[in-house]
Structure formats: C-alpha cells, structure tokens
Write a protein that binds this ligand. Sequence first.
Ligand SMILES: *Cc1c(COP(=O)(O)O)cnc(C)c1O
Length: 400
Amino acid sequence: MTQTVYERIGVSTIINAKGPSTRVSGSILAGEVATAMSEASQHCVDMAVLQGRASEIIAEITGAESGLVTSGAAAGLLLGTAACVTGLDPGKMNRLPNTDGMKSEVVVARSHRNFYDHAVRAVGVKLVEVGISDRFSGAGVRDTEAWEIDDAISGNTAAVLYVAQPHALPELSSVIEVSHRRKVPVIVDAAAQLPPVSNLQYFTGVGADLVVFSGGKALMGPQASGMLCGRRDLIAAAALQNLDLDVRFDHWDPPGSLIDKSKLVGLPQHGIGRSCKVGKEEIVGFLTALKNFSGGGFEQHQEKCRVVAESLYDGLLQFEHINVELLSDCSGPGIPGVSLSQGLVKAEELVKRLQNGTPSVYVDPSLVHEGKVRFDTLCLHSKDVPSIVHCIRTALDLCD
Ligand SMILES: *Cc1c(COP(=O)(O)O)cnc(C)c1O
C-alpha cells in the first residue's frame, strides 16, 4: 500500500471519532477545498486584494458589512479586540500591547470566561468580569444580567466580549442593547457555533459589531483558518494590524471593500496581528469551504455522517454486554454520532485503550463521567467503521 505523507515522515494517522478539535488536527477537507488550496499555492497575489475580495464574499454570505479571513477564531479575537482598542489610529496600532492612553478594558460575564480569551488579553487589555454564575453552584438561580454589564462599562471600555452558546446568558440582544446605548462595540466569539448554518447570519443580524468563527471546526475549512466579520471600520482596523504594510503610503492602493484609505493619516508598522498571518492557501481554502457550507454542502455531509453513524451503530449491535445509542447531536447540533456504555471497564479506560490501539481511535470523552464514550462522525470516512468496530472489540475483549 502506498504510504501517506504522514507515514513518510514517521507519523501515524489516527481515526478521529472525537470531532474537529485542534489537538486532533481539525476537520477533513472536502476534495474541492483541498484542490482549491493546492491550486492557490501555485500563484502569487496581492494579499490586500485577496482579503478585499474575501471581505465581499464574507459580507454576501454573513450579511455583515465586511469580513477578514484569519488564521483561526482565536486570531480573530485578537485582531477584533485590537481593532476596538485602536480604531483607525496607526499610532495606537504601533504602541500595542502597551495600551497607555487608550481604552483598555473589555467587559465580560464571568460565566463566559474560557481558555480562548487569552487571545483578547494578548492585546494588552484587562478583562473586567461581571456577575456571579451562582446557578452553576446550585446556590442560586441567576447568571450575569445585562444591567451588570452596563454598570461595568466606563470611559475606559474598549469592547464587550460575548461567548456564544445556545445556553449563554444574558441574552445577546440585551447585551448589545446596553452596550450600544453606551457606544461600546460587542465582540461575539461564535467559534464553534456552526452548525446551524443560519448562525452565519444570526449574530450579525442581532447587531453584534464583530463576530468570530472558526474555519477548522464543522465549517470544514483549513485547520488554521477562521473569519472575523462585522463593522466596516473595525474590520479595516483589524486588517491594518494583520497585513504586511511595509509599503509607501502614496504607492498603496487598498481595495475599498476592505480599507477606506481616505480615513487614514498613514500606515502602521507590522501590527500586533502580524503573528496571526494567514496564507493565500488558507484564505482560498476557507472561502471555498464557506461557500460549500452555506450552499448546501453541510446538509450533504450531514447525510453522509448519518450513514456512517448508522453503520457504526449496526456494527456494534452484534456484541453482548454493551449498550449503544444513535445520537443526532454529537459534537454539535445535527452532527450524528454513537454513544457506547458498558460495564466491563471504566469509560476512561476504554478511551485510553482505543487511543493506544492499532489503529489509534480518538473518541469524544466529554461524557465519561456518565460512563459514556461517544463517537463523532464529522471527521470519519465510511471505511473507518470496520476498524472502529474491530478496535472496540479488541479493547473490550468481546466475542460476537
Ligand atoms: C475553538 C474555539 C476557539 C478557537 O478557535 P480556533 O479556530 O481554533 O482558533 C475560540 N473560542 C471558542 C469558544 C472555541 O470553541
């Protein structure tokens, strides 16, 4: 058998029944997306022109004024926060992450804090946490309320950060209302909120100023891609801190869909977002995946996933001592999967055995405390099913 590019450098591939997480290398690209990236790699373009066209395509699909392809959702958080702090002032852009003399606070509900907000703090701002989510402790019935965000906003507030989840509180619309009343932009981290496909337009539709999506998750774009979409002036400020602008101002002619040159007094040096550089291959791959995802491609892939989930379910039914359940919402809403529980070994132990087996199968361990091991189908090929069944059989020493 011919070796994969990974095997040629001595790296084993895994079966990814975990879903599109970064640590298991994101999703699997549709052939069309991989081809587009390969084709993109064989030509050179002016990156500002490419991002200008990306902005138009993102605007058309999301309903936002403007957009930027980023090297991931976390990069979008960094660039979006920087944009809210500096506006179109190149002097401020040059001084970040030193925020002396700038608005340097970002207000966030305490229950929205998560590991990814490091990308916001990297800009040099301080997170101002509000509310106590005592619902989760069982001691109370409330989460943060919109008035508490209003109360924390001051002349020093650059933005409000909102991490979107179906169960997130307070309601996004109420947060936008209080923030806009105080003229403060709202950044929505919607990295993992696709599907549903309708969320591409939802957050912009309710008035969010900037929205961040991951390209490497269920959108099934390149692993190191994402997008920032929203207000034209903020996207321009983000682009200015991301693009290579080591050019003479009078020679520079940016696309109007991305940056309005007449609003600028000059160009910043390499900005705080330079380390979030995104390649032409990722931009083209992301745009191809975005068009696919929004144009019926997700539903098609979902159908394939459903077939894979059913065949895995059927393959596992033959064994005694295990319970299997077909799931319609595994790593995300509408993403099919299978849940397995059994009394032979601890669920954590099964996760470990599958990971250490040959081939190595990575599963979703988020419900092991309930004794459940879940198999997500988003990153599986139908040919993986017999291997997974075989690996479970070996790991649990089952006979059929
Ligand atoms: C995955 C995720 C991110 C980071 O996305 P990348 O595209 O991997 O940078 C940020 N925020 C949340 C809530 C996420 O789930």
